[in-house]
Design a binder for this molecule. Structure first.
Ligand code: GLN
Length: 318
């Protein structure tokens, strides 16, 4: 697909998702995120050969929330390698992302790095590797996006830190089982900062692009820092766990490895081709953006750039 075709498809997608923008809810448990204008939509598509197509609010910064779990995982894997998998699993949880009971039931084991429990363990690993882990992450992302304008939204950070009772409960439970090594406060502070990173769809797509490449590139563009097997693990986890307990449904509907966040962003990897990020704030009951999910689904069905190939019936649906 050339750049002109990609741009035309994105323009078509914006029109298609308009009726969806007012649907869904904003995440009330992070009060600051309820002040966002829900009618926004942006999308960026970037190819491995350097073409970029974008549309709508692709250059508006939004709260990346759980998409940070992907970036934290990549940085932790770069640092500690496969030892990470002795502390975090690679199985879908089948439960909401903020599940608490499963952690207790499974004696402090965490299912995968994309549910909050597993992400808190990854953050704990970063806290052991770096004096200021959120700054290491920030620097990595600025390099990966080739853009210095990425930052932590302090208002969102304070808002979540002040009301993160569930994550605090999960972190204490993990600590009681010896699953995190730093103090609960340190891990929660860092986790809330990484979730409050504000980025645009274009910046996120750029940072995820290395996962689509056959050769080893890190988010920051450094060659070989993530080994091929590690990248494969990350991409496989995106497909099986990246959209929480809706991942099975997304695999059947879209057929692409994706990672979502309650800020309304969803990023997708198209192996061997490129990356795609869509954003719109309204969320469904599993915490995934309704319009962004539909946009990626339309993109995949039109282009056939998906495990599922091109699908005429999806193209025709409203
Ligand atoms: N910061 C959010 C939380 O921990 C991230 C959740 C998400 O984006 N799904 O609950």
């Amino acid at each position: 697909m050339n750049n002109k075709d990609a741009q035309a498809l994105l323009t078509h997608i914006v029109a298609r998702v308009q009726p969806l923008l007012s649907r869904g809810v904003l995440p009330k448990y992070i009060p600051q995120l309820t002040h966002v204008n829900q009618l926004q939509f942006g999308m960026a598509f970037i190819t491995l050969d350097g073409q970029e197509a974008f549309v709508g609010d692709a250059d508006v910064r939004f709260s990346i929330q759980s998409i940070s779990k992907l970036f934290a995982l990549m940085l932790a894997l770069e640092r500690v390698g496969d030892d990470l998998w002795s502390r975090v699993g690679r199985e879908p949880s089948g439960r909401p992302f903020n599940e608490l009971v499963q952690v207790d039931h499974e004696a402090g084991a965490t299912r995968n790095p994309f549910v909050n429990a597993g992400a808190l363990v990854v953050t704990d690993i970063l806290c052991s590797c770096f004096a200021q882990p959120e700054l290491a992450l920030l620097q990595n992302l600025r390099l990966g996006a080739r853009d210095e304008r990425i930052d932590i939204d302090q208002g969102v950070m304070r808002s979540e830190r002040g009301s993160c009772h569930r994550n605090a409960a999960i972190a204490h439970l993990l600590k009681s089982y010896g699953s995190i090594r730093n103090s609960v406060e340190t891990v929660l502070d860092t986790y809330c900062r990484q979730c409050a990173l504000a980025m645009t769809a274009r910046q996120i797509a750029r940072c995820v692009l290395p996962l689509a490449a056959d050769d080893g590139l890190s988010v920051a563009g450094t060659r070989d820092s993530l080994k091929a097997a590690q990248r494969h693990s990350v991409v496989a986890l995106m497909l099986t766990c990246g959209t929480y307990d809706a991942a099975g449904d997304f695999a059947a509907r879209v057929g692409l490895p994706m990672k979502s966040g309650v800020g309304g962003g969803i990023v997708a990897v198209i192996p061997g081709v490129g990356s795609l990020c869509a954003w719109s704030p309204g969320l469904d009951e599993s915490g995934n953006s309704i319009a962004a999910a539909r946009a990626i689904e339309i993109f995949a069905s039109h282009t056939g750039l998906s495990l599922l190939g091109a699908r005429e019936w999806v193209r025709a649906a409203p």
